[in-house]
Design a protein around this ligand. Structure first.
Ligand code: ASP
Length: 456
C-alpha cells in the first residue's frame, strides 16, 4: 500500500481537490491520503494555517474574532461550493471552528495548536466527504483514534515510537483513509502540532506505521532541482537521490520536503517520491537509502545555500594542548541555550557557527564576555551575515579533486571563502561566505558541476 500526502497548494480549491481525486483514483494502492490545510491559490493568497494563527491570536488578545472566523469559514465554503458538496459539510466545519475559539486559553501553546490543527482536520473531513460524494469509499481518520502519539511541546511535537505499532492497524482498513496532517496527540490526549510544514512529517510517520511500499509526497513542482530555481535559471532536476543527500540539501534551504519527515522514512526504509499534483505524469524525485545501480553516476547531486549564520571566532596560543578548552567553550554556548551548526578549528583557533536567529543582543554580549574573561583567550569576537554554501553528493568521497574544483570555481567568481568544512561522512562540503556573496558562489558552483564540463 502507498501513503500519499498532498500539500497545501494541492488542496487549496475545488479544482485542485478534483486533481488529487483523479490521482487517488488512478492507483488503487493509494490507500492512505494525508492532507494539508488549504494553501495559497495564487502568490498573493493567504494559507488557511496563517488565517487560523491570526484568529487564534485575536482570541488570546481578547479582540473581535468575527471577521477572522468568517474568513476561515469562507475559504471552506468556496471549496465546498466548487465541489458541489452538501451544506451539512460546511455547517460542521463552522461548528467545529466555533468550538475551537471557545477552547480553554490558559495554556496559550495548546490553544494555538488546536486552532492551527483545524486547517488540516476540517480539510480531511471535507475531502473524505467529497470522495464519498463521487462514489469513492473513503473514511476520515482522526489521529487520536489512529494512535498517532506525540510529545507535548506545542508547535514542536515529536513522534513517540509506540505510535508506529498503533498506526499499523490502519492496514486492515478496506476504505480509503483520509488523514489530517500536521498534528498528533500526547498520551494524556492533548492535541499537539508538528513544526510548520509538518504534514510531510505526518505522512512519513503514517507511511512507516503501515510499512508502505512508497510514500508519495505531492506538491507543486515537478521534482527537486539541483539548485534553487530562484537563483539559477531552470536548474536541472534530480530524479533520484539518497536520504542523506536530501537531508543535507534540506538543511541548507531546500524546502520541498521537511527535513524532519526524512527521519521516519529513513529509519523504516520507506522510499519517498516527490511528485507534482499539477503534472502527475512527470518523473518526480525518488529518495531512497542508496543509489540505484541504473542511475547515471554524478559525484555532485545538488548545491544549496542558506543565509543567516553567525560565527564566534576564538583564538588562543597553544589551544591545541589545553585539555578541556573546547568543552568549556561549548558549555558556555549551551548555557546560553544556543545550538551550534559547525565547529571548524585550527591548532590555535576555533570557530563556532550558529544560526543568527537564536541570538539576542543580551545573549551575544554575555557569551562574548564569558569567553573573553573565563577562557583567557588572545582574541574573541562574533560576526554576523554569513551564508553556508553546500555541495552535496554521495559520490564525492570517491572523486579526486572535487574540493579543488569547488574552491577554484568560488575563487573564479571573486568570492572570499571564510570557512571550509568537510564532514567525515563526505556526503557534503560546506563553504562559509558572506551573505552578499552566496548567490554568486552558488552560480559559480552550478556552472562548474552542472554545465561547464558536460556534467562532470
Ligand atoms: N498547514 C501547515 C503549515 O502551513 C502544515 C503543512 O501544510 O504541512 O505549516
Amino acid at each position: 500500500m502507498k501513503v500519499v500526502k498532498f500539500g497545501g497548494t494541492s488542496v487549496a480549491s475545488g479544482p485542485q481537490i478534483e486533481k488529487i481525486t483523479n490521482i487517488v483514483k488512478d492507483d488503487e494502492t493509494r490507500k492512505v491520503i494525508v492532507v494539508s490545510a488549504p494553501g495559497k491559490r495564487s502568490s498573493d493568497d493567504v494559507k488557511v494555517t496563517d488565517m487560523l494563527i491570526d484568529l487564534g491570536e485575536k482570541c488570546l488578545n481578547n479582540e473581535d474574532t468575527s471577521d477572522a472566523l468568517a474568513a476561515v469559514t469562507g475559504r471552506y465554503q468556496s471549496i465546498a461550493k466548487e465541489l458541489a458538496l452538501p451544506m451539512t459539510v460546511i455547517e460542521e466545519i463552522e461548528a467545529d471552528l466555533k468550538e475551537r475559539v471557545m477552547y480553554d486559553a490558559d495554556n496559550s501553546g495548546q490553544f494555538m495548536d488546536q486552532m492551527k490543527a483545524a486547517g488540516e482536520d476540517n480539510n480531511a473531513k471535507l475531502i473524505a466527504a467529497h470522495f464519498n460524494n463521487i462514489g469513492l469509499d473513503a473514511v476520515y481518520m482522526n489521529p487520536k483514534d489512529a494512535g498517532l502519539l506525540v510529545t507535548g511541546e506545542a508547535g514542536d511535537a515529536q513522534v513517540i515510537p509506540k505510535a508506529y505499532d498503533q498506526l499499523s492497524a490502519l492496514q486492515k482498513e478496506e476504505r480509503i483513509i483520509v488523514f489530517p496532517g500536521f498534528f498528533g496527540y500526547t498520551e494524556a490526549g492533548v492535541l499537539t502540532t508538528f513544526p510548520r510544514g509538518g504534514s510531510d512529517i505526518t505522512g512519513a510517520i503514517v507511511a512507516a506505521g503501515v510499512n508502505a511500499t512508497l510514500y508519495e509526497n505531492f506538491t507543486d513542482v515537478d521534482s527537486v532541482c539541483v539548485a534553487n530555481p530562484m537563483v539559477i535559471d531552470q536548474p536541472e532536476e534530480i530524479h533520484h537521490m539518497t536520504y542523506r543527500e536530501m537531508r543535507e540539501l534540506s538543511y541548507a534551504g531546500f524546502t520541498v520536503f521537511h527535513d524532519v519527515a526524512l527521519i521516519p522514512a529513513f529509519q523504516h526504509d520507506i522510499p519517498v517520491s516527490i511528485k507534482n499534483t499539477n503534472n502527475p505524469s512527470s518523473d518526480g524525485t525518488l529518495i531512497t537509502a542508496s543509489r540505484r545501480k541504473e542511475d547515471t553516476y554524478y559525484p555532485v547531486t545538488g548545491i544549496a545555500a542558506d543565509k543567516g549564520f553567525s560565527i564566534i571566532y576564538v583564538r588562543k596560543y597553544l589551544m591545541n594542548r589545553e585539555i578541556g578548552f573546547g568543552r568549556r567553550l561549548l558549555e558556555m554556548v549551551e548555557e546560553e541555550g544556543l545550538s551550534y551548526e559547525h565547529l571548524p578549528s585550527g591548532i590555535d583557533d576555533t570557530s563556532v557557527i550558529l544560526r543568527t536567529s537564536q541570538f539576542s543582543l543580551d545573549s551575544e554580549n554575555r557569551l562574548l564576555t564569558r569567553i573573553q574573561t573565563e577562557l583567557g583567550v588572545d582574541d574573541a569576537y562574533i560576526e554576523h551575515g554569513f551564508a553556508m554554501v553546500m555541495v552535496v553528493g554521495e559520490g564525492m568521497h570517491e572523486t579526486v579533486g572535487l574540493a579543488a574544483r569547488a574552491t577554484d570555481a568560488i575563487a573564479g567568481a571573486g568570492v572570499n571563502l571564510e570557512m571550509v568544512n568537510q564532514g567525515s561522512s563526505e556526503v557534503s562540503l560546506t563553504f562559509g561566505v558572506k551573505e552578499r556573496d552566496a548567490d554568486n558562489a552558488l552560480k559559480a558552483l552550478y556552472e562548474e558541476f552542472f554545465t561547464r564540463v558536460a556534467k562532470q
